[in-house]
Design a protein around this ligand. Structure first.
Ligand code: ITT
Length: 189
């Protein structure tokens, strides 16, 4: 199988991708590039618009991923604006917005788009969890220190994503789930 290019400026995302495909025959390649993201109301639309734009000048197969966190009590904020919000107010800003909020449920969504040279294919994953009241852990990236996921048995984990090594985060995470579907699809090809 040809190398599969993952176009992302985010090395952590690539590392998670790399771990997930590690046990398969898929060969990955990191194409580190920040492309201009179209702003849209959903993560799915942002992902598809970005892939379409890149495919207009890239004829080789590639994948891109768009992801974000949605906080229920804030009506889904920051959702597709997750990157901008992280760069501006960051985790402490989110914790400040959530101060005194009893309802702390949130979810991550990951959307991978595969361009196979002809067509686009979409693979999605979600993970539910709750927001911590303080930042915990130093692994991972972005909102990982404030997000406590649910474990496979349906109980709340006792750790944030930032306290889990990549293998464990991948078992539970939105990206782990979308990657599972991508890998299943590619393995059948
Ligand atoms: P790309 O070059 O792939 O676009 P990016 O980091 O800008 O890299 P996104 O546009 O998909 O990625 O932005 C998603 C933001 O949501 C990201 O910057 C993080 O702040 C946050 N995020 C997404 N997945 C996350 C995860 O697994 N853990 C923590 N934060 C995450």
């Amino acid at each position: 199988m040809e190398e599969l290019m993952f176009i992302t400026s985010n090395s952590h995302k690539y590392e998670e991708f790399s771990h997930a495909i590690g046990k398969t025959e898929i060969m990955g390649k990191h194409y580190k590039m920040k492309y201009i993201e179209v702003q849209a109301d959903t993560i799915d639309l942002v992902a598809m618009a970005s892939a379409t734009q890149i495919a207009s000048y890239m004829s080789k197969p590639f994948v891109i991923e768009d992801s974000g966190i949605s906080i229920d009590v804030l009506s889904g904020f920051p959702g597709p604006y997750s990157s901008f919000v992280f760069q501006t107010i960051g985790n402490q800003g989110i914790l400040d917005l959530m101060r005194d909020k009893e309802r702390r449920s949130a979810s991550f969504r990951s959307v991978f788009i595969l361009f196979d040279g002809i067509e686009f294919h979409k693979f999605t994953g979600e993970s539910q969890g709750v927001l911590e009241t303080t930042q915990k852990g130093d692994m991972g990236f972005g909102y990982d220190p404030i997000f406590v996921p649910y474990c496979r048995d349906g109980t709340l984990c006792d750790k944030t994503y930032a306290q889990l090594p990549i293998e464990l985060k991948n078992e539970l995470s939105h990206r782990g789930k979308s990657l599972e579907k991508l890998i299943e699809y590619l393995s059948k090809e």
